[in-house]
Write a protein that binds this ligand. Structure first.
Ligand code: SF4
Length: 206
């Protein structure tokens, strides 16, 4: 059966067998003692600062996390060189008070979940929608003056979600469309006539 021993085992064995001098010379020949403390002998330990500075940041700010749930946790974002490098709990839930002055408890802290901690991946993800867009049909509905049928409902051809194309536009232009649409909706469903339309629409849906 093939048996292998390491150099150190070999030296230990020949030392134990009374060949100490041979062990010392072999140790020198194989440079086993050349570096007794690697951390003390390395010429440049600057690279270690990368690890020490891993948590360093230039500034931080508080924000409300709301990726796709309703918890709205109050978190801190840590920024370095203009990039959010990490996210953490704000640890300040215990200081919150309601309008009557009732305090809450620190037992809410640390309030954050894995989704919140990984939110930077969404901020900088290549799938993030980072430009204002409007569905082609919705834009057409706006451009044509929000036409509606007798019951107040617009034609369904304007609202082809998941089938329609998206049109990119500047933020200011999109804001105008949003404001005009909200105004139109508010006016359509206001007062007695608005209530009647709303009721009709609800009944029709059923
Ligand atoms: S930290 Fe988690 S639970 Fe809190 S809002 Fe973000 S995703 Fe929701």
């Amino acid at each position: 059966m093939k048996s292998e021993i390491s150099r150190r085992e070999f030296l230990a064995r020949i030392s134990a067998a009374g060949f100490g001098a041979l062990a010392v010379s072999a140790t020198k020949a194989w440079a086993l003692d050349a570096i007794t403390n690697p951390l003390a002998a390395y010429p440049d330990r600057g690279w270690e600062n990368v690890y020490r500075d891993l948590w360093k940041y230039d500034s931080k700010y508080t924000f409300t996390c709301a990726p796709n749930d309703t918890h709205n946790c109050l978190l801190h974002a840590y920024v370095r060189d203009g990039v959010i490098t990490r996210i953490g709990p704000s640890m300040r839930y215990g200081e919150a008070k309601d309008l009557a002055g009732n305090g809450t408890t620190h037992r809410w802290d640390p309030r954050v979940c894995q989704k919140g901690l990984a939110l930077t991946r969404r901020f900088y993800g290549d799938r993030r929608v980072n430009q204002t867009m409007v569905r082609a049909g919705f834009k057409r509905w706006h451009d044509e003056g929000f036409p509606r049928g007798k019951d107040g409902r617009p034609d369904e051809s304007y609202f082809q979600r998941a089938r329609d194309e998206w049109i990119r536009m500047p933020h200011a232009e999109a804001a105008v469309i949003v404001a005009a649409a909200l105004k139109n909706i508010a006016e359509t469903y206001t007062g007695e006539e608005g209530m009647r339309r709303l009721r009709n629409n609800t009944m029709t849906k059923r």
